[in-house]
Design a protein around this ligand. Structure first.
Ligand SMILES: [Zn+2]
Length: 394
């Protein structure tokens, strides 16, 4: 039995096992052979009844490689872009002055750090990410990038702002990561922002495609607070963003009064999910089969959610014809694990696609608009709101 990595509770409850899942969801893969040959691992999710943390007890970080072929860029979507711009405003304003020194842990391709630095033309920033692709220095030297994981050797004293978006869920020992950060910050008064998915949202909405190998750590506002406090941070607040899917935490080094723990509804929600998961998967397969009677079915989105769904319901590429993605770097490639073709939206007619399934409701309206503007006659189905099929479909 594995103890809870956040609070140390000795007996967290297992609630979901999936074997042979592809370890990477966001790799760019060019051939069917490479897609199917991807390394696989085991999901053995546990929920902690003391703090509400959810984690994969079978996670092996050695199976993963976050190199240059890793691409989790989401800024191809106007809705996501607008959301990120709001976050950037909030971060830059939090410093309370211009000329901030910024560190971004897990900067991806550097888009967010650049957005921050454009808002404050006197600010400087360093981004850390082994998957970074681009020049070492940008914006007249105000931005620097280091292709490695953030650790204690990365000097962060004198830093005003720290941003860490969609990283902590990839880390098996989140308190250790936060502790490293606390030690490098020392006595600085830096404001620290973390963004990560909310596991309460996943469990509450039965989002079976939101549990996957890259994410070994799943938080609620309460368990993220527990993790921060155990590492010595004080938490100013954790709120839901992006339609409830994400958490956005604001914290500062030092000053924690104690360690709060509140499991909330997580233990009960995890038990309910465990009881329903097999039925939910069967139900989805049945719906895809139904859509297939009216013509070929595609899936929308070749990122983590879509990759997980395809591997769950169509591992042998029998019911889903192809996968649409707006990221040009993924188009022409293959879906990790299954090998489904990844295509641009304007290729859907050539693939004779009649129905496209969406795993993330936040992109429904913009994809609907995109299809209409291009006069592509494909029915778009929001899998999270099955009753609301495009009313103007003809
Ligand atoms: Zn715990």
């Amino acid at each position: 039995m594995t103890a809870c990595p956040v609070c140390g509770n000795a007996s967290p409850s297992p609630f979901l096992v999936r074997d042979q899942v592809p370890v990477h969801q966001n790799l760019v893969v060019r051939s069917v052979e490479d897609a199917r040959a991807l390394r696989r691992g085991r999901l053995a999710l546990h929920a902690c009844a003391s703090c509400g943390f959810v984690f994969n007890a079978a996670f092996d970080p050695a199976l993963l490689s976050y190199g240059a072929a890793y691409d989790n860029t989401q800024s191809c979507s106007p809705a996501f872009d607008a959301y990120v711009q709001e976050l950037a405003d909030e971060v830059v304003d939090a410093a309370g002055r211009r000329g901030s020194r910024i560190v971004e842990i897990g900067c991806g391709k550097g888009d967010f750090l650049r957005a921050l630095l454009r808002r404050d033309p006197t600010a400087t920033g360093v981004g850390f990410d082994p998957s970074y692709v681009g020049p070492d220095s940008d914006l007249d030297g105000r931005a620097r990038f280091e292709r490695r994981f953030f650790d204690e050797s990365c000097a962060a004293s004198g830093v005003d702002l720290v941003v860490c978006r969609h990283v902590v869920e990839h880390v098996a020992e989140p308190v250790a990561l936060l502790g490293q950060l606390a030690r490098t910050l020392g006595d600085s008064q830096a404001v620290v922002f973390f963004e990560t998915p909310c596991v309460h949202w996943i469990l509450e909405h039965d989002v079976i495609w939101d549990f996957f190998y890259e994410h070994c750590s799943y938080f609620t506002p309460a368990s993220l607070t527990t993790a921060f406090e155990r590492a010595g941070f004080s938490v100013a607040g954790v709120r839901h963003t992006f339609g409830g899917q994400y958490l956005w935490a604001r914290a500062a080094a030092g000053g924690a009064a104690g360690v709060r723990m509140n499991p909330g509804a997580i233990p009960a929600l995890a038990r309910r999910f465990a009881a329903h998961e097999a039925r939910l998967v069967r139900e989805l397969r049945r719906r895809v089969a139904e859509f297939s009677r009216e013509g070929r079915v595609a899936m929308w989105g070749a990122a983590a959610k879509g990759v997980t769904l395809a591997n769950l319901i169509d591992p042998d590429c029998e019911s889903i014809a192809c996968v649409v993605d707006l990221n040009p770097n993924k188009q022409g490639g293959r879906l990790p694990g299954t090998g489904h073709a990844i295509v641009a939206p304007d290729q859907l007619p050539a693939w004779s696609v009649r129905t496209a399934l969406m795993t993330n409701p936040n992109y429904y309206q913009e994809n609907l608009a995109l299809l209409r503007a291009a006069a592509i006659d494909v029915r778009l189905v929001d899998l999270m709101h099955p009753g609301e099929v495009d009313a103007h479909h003809h």
